[in-house]
Design a protein. Structure first.
Length: 367
């Protein structure tokens, strides 16, 4: 069977889905993508049994073909070709790729062995894609990583009639963000795995402009599906009960700091030069109009920075993880941030100045 396509029609979609596939000695087909042409439509699918991403577009191909191709090799070959016109010659055991003076033959596996996650989900809702991307970017950096408490290794998403809320925590910090939107759906909550969240960010970030793109979301008791302008992302959900994040926010934080975000970020970046995997602490020393930042590592190397600020509260010394602070400052975009503190042994609450739609809790550390 011979198929003619334009190279660029597959290059970008492959770049977005190839990361889902992975080498697996037990199931070699998981290292392949499923390439289907049916009734003039091309379907491109990758899966690792937990997350599945597919891309669909009108290819203008009259033949019906179904074949699997090694994902990385297929993507790299198409990206490296120098001409747009590409021909596929498909047999049950291999696929020959021709373009200009280039010719490649790569192995194929039985497409009937390619695994599929059930996509029979109903009760969908449509969400502004820009709001969804901002929501995910504002919180996902605080997800747990390979935590024994498996429910922390994902993003908790709460759908209600007028809002969508995302929460992530690794037990040392918490990120919360909410957006207003009209959802024609009953209230739902779910925990979406890290890999799925990373793929959502990758796909949404690949568009030049997503302001007019809607994402359709469907949730069942076990799976979630995101339908994004030709891409369909299906993922199994993490089972378990997510902690009650409302209990993490302190009732009383009497000490209030307002500081220029970029000035604070630059100072922390300079101090981070002395940090290591074993030590990432920075001490805050707060007086009426001055924030002093200091660090000293295990080699007794030290750094000190002073920043003018607007501070109302008692003189205070408290230590924090420097990396956690920097990651939080990266997702806030306003000129000034507000940091509310209790005592030296309680966490701080970080927000954009005058905007509580996103809130960040960072627990203190001994410095």
């Amino acid at each position: 069977m011979i198929i003619n396509i334009q190279r660029q029609s597959l290059v970008e979609p492959l770049k977005n889905i190839v990361n889902v596939s992975e080498q697996n000695q037990t199931m070699p087909i998981l290292g392949h993508v499923l390439l289907e042409f049916k009734e003039g439509v091309c379907f491109l699918t990758a899966s690792d049994l937990e997350v599945q991403v597919s891309y669909t577009y009108k290819a203008g191909v009259t033949e019906d073909v179904r074949v699997t191709v090694p994902a990385r090799k297929f993507s790299d070959i198409l990206r490296s070709l120098e001409t747009e016109d590409v021909t596929f010659e498909v047999t049950p055991k291999d696929i020959v790729i021709k373009s200009g003076k280039s010719k490649f033959k790569v192995s194929a596996l039985d497409p009937d062995d390619f695994p599929a996650i059930d996509d029979d989900l109903t009760d969908s809702m449509k969400i502004d894609s820009e709001a969804l991307l901002n929501l995910v970017n504002s919180t996902s950096f605080s997800m747990g990583y390979q935590d024994a408490r498996h429910f922390l290794n994902g993003l908790f998403i709460e759908f209600s009639k007028n809002t969508i809320t995302a929460v992530a925590t690794d037990g040392h910090r918490l990120a919360y963000s909410t957006r207003s939107c009209e959802l024609a759906s009953s209230e739902k909550t779910c925990i979406v795995p890290r890999k799925c969240i990373n793929e959502i960010k990758r796909i949404l970030s690949s568009f030049n402009d997503i302001s007019d793109i809607l994402t359709e979301v469907s949730v069942s008791s076990k799976n979630i599906m995101f339908d994004i302008h030709g891409y369909k992302l299906i993922s199994k959900l993490i089972e378990g009960n997510y902690p009650d994040y409302n209990k993490v926010f302190p009732n009383s934080l009497p000490n209030n700091l307002k500081v220029d975000r970029l000035i604070l970020k630059s100072a922390l970046q300079r101090l981070s030069i002395l940090s290591s995997e074993q030590f990432k602490g920075v001490k805050f020393k707060l007086t009426k109009a001055l924030l002093n930042l200091s660090t000293i590592n295990s080699q007794q190397e030290s750094g000190d920075e002073s920043i003018e600020c607007d501070y109302g509260g008692e003189d205070l010394e408290i230590g924090f993880n420097l990396s956690y602070l920097l990651e939080t400052l990266d997702v806030i975009k306003t000129q000034y941030i507000a940091i509310r503190l209790g005592g030296s042994d309680s966490g701080c609450l970080v927000t954009a100045d005058g905007d509580d739609s996103s809130k960040y809790i960072i627990m203190p550390m001994r410095v």
